[in-house]
Design a protein around this ligand. Structure first.
Ligand SMILES: Cc1cc2nc3c(=O)[nH]c(=O)nc-3n(C[C@H](O)[C@H](O)[C@H](O)COP(=O)(O)O)c2cc1C
Length: 201
């Protein structure tokens, strides 16, 4: 049975509302797919280094030598081979925490997660048909006057096109830090949407 890769970028750990929402989704999804394996990659535990010059140099040298089986590329192979992908990350500075960007740079490896055909066109190489971003936001970025400022979900959606992942979904609880809002009610509504999404994911 297939593997669902859960990429956890929730920096606040057990206090994270995004993680609570993700766990609710995953529990429902696992109940519906008892044979499937859910594998977690916790980016706070991983602590992958950013692509400083020496990291990039090592990566380029390995890639040029054709050593795509080197451990440096393990995260990329894991991402490329997963049947389903779920990312949980809070909304930070209009996108997501840097640990997720570092991870995305690590998995974006030519000939593993994406490549090019003879005409030079991008070809996605990932197996997964769906990627879900689960996030919570302090403000409300679902309204037309603010949606254009949202750059986390949009970046992931574009990367899905590059990786060959057909469907991008985003489950977001919005406005959780707005004092005018009932944040418990907003989270409860998001939990219901998580359950509905688990049915079709
Ligand atoms: C470093 C940092 C940056 C944030 N940036 C934004 C932001 O740009 N816009 C926004 O609406 N909320 C922002 N927030 C609020 C979070 O999106 C909100 O509290 C969210 O629910 C946190 O998710 P978590 O509970 O999973 O950590 C920020 C919070 C932190 C800690």
């Amino acid at each position: 049975m297939d593997e669902l890769l859960f990429i956890n970028a929730c920096v606040r750990g057990e206090r994270s509302r995004s993680l609570k929402l993700a766990r609710h989704f995953l529990a429902r999804w696992q109940a519906l797919h008892p044979q499937a394996t859910v594998v977690q990659r916790d980016l706070c535990t991983d602590r992958l280094p950013p692509q400083y010059p020496e990291v990039l140099e090592e990566r380029d040298a390995l890639w040029n030598a054709g050593q795509l089986d080197h451990p440096m590329f393990d995260p990329a192979h894991q991402f490329a081979n997963a049947g389903k992908l779920v990312i949980a990350a809070p909304f930070w500075d209009l996108s997501f925490p840097a640990i997720l960007k570092i991870y995305l740079e690590r998995i974006s490896v030519t000939d593993i997660t994406f490549g090019y055909d003879e005409q030079g066109n991008n070809v996605g190489l990932c197996r997964a048909d769906k990627l879900l971003l689960i996030t919570t936001r302090g403000g409300d970025f679902s309204r037309p006057e603010t949606a254009w400022m949202e750059m986390g979900a949009r970046q992931l959606e574009a990367l899905c096109a590059m990786y060959g992942i057909d469907q991008f979904h985003c489950l977001a609880a919005e406005g959780l830090d707005d004092v005018r809002n009932d944040k418990d009610a907003l989270m409860a509504q998001a939990m219901v949407r998580a359950e509905a999404l688990a049915e079709v994911f």
